[in-house]
Design a binder for this molecule. Structure first.
Ligand code: NAP
Length: 213
């Protein structure tokens, strides 16, 4: 696992990309347009990352991270992401996404809606319940007492394991909550969302556990 593509170079995308660079990954970043559109921003805000188009960024990536406003996920062409491990770091945030048409209102989580668009992608929900700035403030080496933990949900256990390894390199422990629909347990409005929890505390706060990563 050497290359990470980050789609979205806003607050979350930039912080994730810098975190991935610190962890030693090759990092491809893309906004909604041409590579040239983000070349200056990349040079200043994410030095070391390679600006690309979204299609180019994901081509050789081992993991793709979605860091665009949720309502914009359908503007990403799903074809290049088929077969890829894709991390959905997005939340429905009404000031940005609007008050209407929130997908997570009944039995369907936003990640399941996202999964329908990215047909064939190996979707993993994670990185969504930590503030973007905390990614660069709260990381710690493996084995550090009280290391912060992040939750992972996916229907694909191997994809979840790969993301767990990435998160470890990012500087965090992780806890698997179960299939994609269990991501509801760490979405906006939950006790876990934006709480700083160790692996043990997160494990206790999650309602379901299917396997240990
Ligand atoms: N705020 C937090 O601490 C936090 C934490 C975890 C998760 N989240 C979630 O993370 C997501 C991103 O939030 P943000 O605050 O980083 O948003 P943001 O600052 O508004 O940045 C959004 C980025 O998405 C890009 N984008 C839009 N459409 C795209 C496309 N089709 N392909 C590639 N890039 C595209 C935009 O590029 P253009 O300028 O080219 O359109 C922009 O770089 C949201 O779902 C949010 O809820 C937020």
């Amino acid at each position: 696992m050497t290359t990470i593509a980050v789609l979205g170079v806003g607050r979350v995308g930039s912080a994730v990309a810098r975190t991935a660079l610190r962890a030693g990954f090759d990092v491809h970043v893309a906004g909604s347009g041409a590579a040239d559109d983000i070349s200056l921003l990349t040079e200043i805000v994410i030095p070391g990352a390679t600006p690309m188009t979204a299609g180019g960024a994901v081509r050789d990536a081992d993991i793709v991270i979605l860091a665009v406003p949720l309502h914009k996920h359908r503007s990403i062409d799903p074809a290049p992401l088929a077969g890829k491990v894709v991390v959905d770091a997005m939340n429905w945030w009404s000031p940005v996404d609007g008050e209407q048409d929130e997908p997570d209102v009944d039995d369907t989580t936003t990640s399941e809606v996202v999964a329908r668009h990215f047909t064939g992608a190996r979707l993993v929900k994670s990185l969504n319940h930590i503030g973007y700035h905390e990614l660069e403030e709260d990381w710690a080496d493996e084995g550090t007492p009280d290391r912060r933990a992040l939750a992972i949900a996916s229907d694909d256990e191997d994809a979840a394991r790969l993301v767990s390894k990435m998160i470890d390199r990012f500087g965090f422990d992780s806890v698997y909550s179960g299939p994609l629909h269990t991501g509801r347990a760490f979405g906006p409005g939950t006790d876990i969302f934006n709480s700083i929890l160790t692996r043990e505390a997160l494990d206790a706060a999650l309602p379901t556990h299917e396997f240990a990563l």
